[in-house]
Design a protein around this ligand. Structure first.
Ligand code: NAD
Ligand code: UD1
Length: 338
């Protein structure tokens, strides 16, 4: 299939490009490189030995999108492009609504113009908010607690309304849990531009000596070791979920959400111990106050993805930490472009 990938130079997008190409799909990336670098696409090209068409453009640029739709004529779109930092979304809400909502509207309008009827969307488990029960299934109430989370829920609703108006259209809403890990080549991985907000890239930077210690945000949660529990998913498994979603979109219509997680959860201390094993060195930690907005635990019920997409995660915790360590230790400054 010809697949247009918005945000394809980003962390999850770059890994997904390789999985798509490995399955024989043709790809075209639209990215404004606001949180990535063209270097990523060069690495994807050399790892795949394939063609990655890339267009530097903002997804809110209607004329640029129309040009790409006309020249590439995609049969499906995977929509990664967006802003994703929860804390920043409270400070810059208009930017978040503009990129994540206006951007999605521009994309759907451009798809409509050329009759492209399949979209796979990067949603997030954050749409559920404070757990009413765990594991979350897709029927769990939706009550995001951040601007970022609300943009994801609104984008899901927009795509759902779009499919209601277009009986032939399909929108696959992938609610990611906590993506971690890197490509086995150690040539592509997560490269935060600033101090990492998320746990795994922070631990990785402590392990290579870029930061003195990890602050554990709270050890008094109602969990077995007092630290937060999350459902971490290897980015390669996540990338493969998009390939499965494309097949699903080709044989179904309507909008459907899917949890993309492993169904297992690990604590912050579990992650630190697993990383120390992978790196063969200690990870110094300090206990810090709880982070505002954090919840004690989250975990996916990923049954629907298994039964309907035919997808399930195959990488375990050691694969996640070992691949992150291999990437970070081989690329101390990531892609070296910040
Ligand atoms: P990322 O920042 O690495 O990738 C996003 C890409 O989109 C970047 O290459 C960036 O340059 C591009 N982009 C941003 N704004 C753009 C615009 N206006 N026009 C064109 N390109 C633009 O992020 P990621 O971790 O790969 O996440 C991809 C998607 O998955 C995002 O939508 C994010 O909200 C969602 N998501 C991520 C996580 C996570 O933990 N990483 C979890 C749940 C959902
Ligand atoms: C965060 C976002 C969430 C987003 C997800 C994936 C918040 C409140 N939530 O989730 O919306 O979908 O990332 O990108 O930002 N931790 C530490 N020390 C650190 C960093 C994290 O102890 O330096 C702990 C956290 O308290 C949490 C766990 O590690 O218990 C995971 O944190 P993180 O990687 O930021 O992911 P989430 O908080 O689950």
């Amino acid at each position: 299939m010809r697949v247009l990938v918005t945000g394809g130079a980003g962390y999850i997008g770059s890994h997904t490009l390789l999985e798509l190409m490995a399955q024989g799909h043709e790809v075209c990336v639209v990215d404004n490189f606001s949180n990535s670098s063209p270097v990523v696409l060069d690495r994807v090209r050399s790892l795949s030995n394939g063609t990655v068409i890339s267009v530097e453009a903002d997804i809110r640029d209607r004329a640029a999108l129309d040009d790409v739709m006309d020249s590439f004529a995609p049969e499906a779109v995977i929509h990664f492009a967006g802003l994703k930092a929860v804390g920043e979304s409270a400070v810059k809400p208009i930017d978040y609504y503009d990129v994540n909502i206006t951007g999605t509207l521009c994309l759907l309008a451009a798809m409509d113009r050329v009759g492209c009827t399949r979209i796979i969307f990067s949603s997030s488990a954050t749409v559920y908010g404070e757990p009413v029960y765990l594991p979350y299934d897709e029927a769990h109430p939706l009550a995001p607690t951040s601007v970022y989370g609300r943009t994801k829920l609104m984008a899901e609703e927009i795509m759902t309304d779009w499919t209601s108006a277009r009986p032939e259209a399909s929108a696959v809403l992938l609610r990611y849990f906590n993506p971690v890990g890197a490509h086995p080549s150690a040539q592509i991985g997560e490269d935060p531009s600033d101090i990492p907000n998320n746990l795994m890239p922070f631990i990785a930077q402590v392990a290579v000596g870029k930061r003195p210690h990890l602050s554990i945000f709270g050890d008094d949660y109602d969990t077995p070791d007092g630290t937060g529990l999350r459902d971490y998913i290897h980015v390669i498994d996540l990338a493969r979920a998009h390939v499965a979603a494309l097949d699903y979109a080709a044989r179904t219509t309507g909008a459907r959400p899917f949890n993309i997680g492993t169904g297992q959860s690990y604590s912050v201390r579990d992650m630190v111990a697993a990383f120390a094993r992978a790196a063969g060195r200690d990870i110094p930690v300090q206990i810090a106050p709880r982070r505002a907005g954090d919840i004690a635990a989250m975990q996916a019920d990923a049954t629907r993805a298994a039964t309907e997409l035919g997808w399930r995660a195959t990488h375990d915790l050691d694969d996640m930490t070992a691949s992150t360590w291999a990437w970070q230790s081989a690329n101390l400054d990531g892609y070296g472009t910040h």
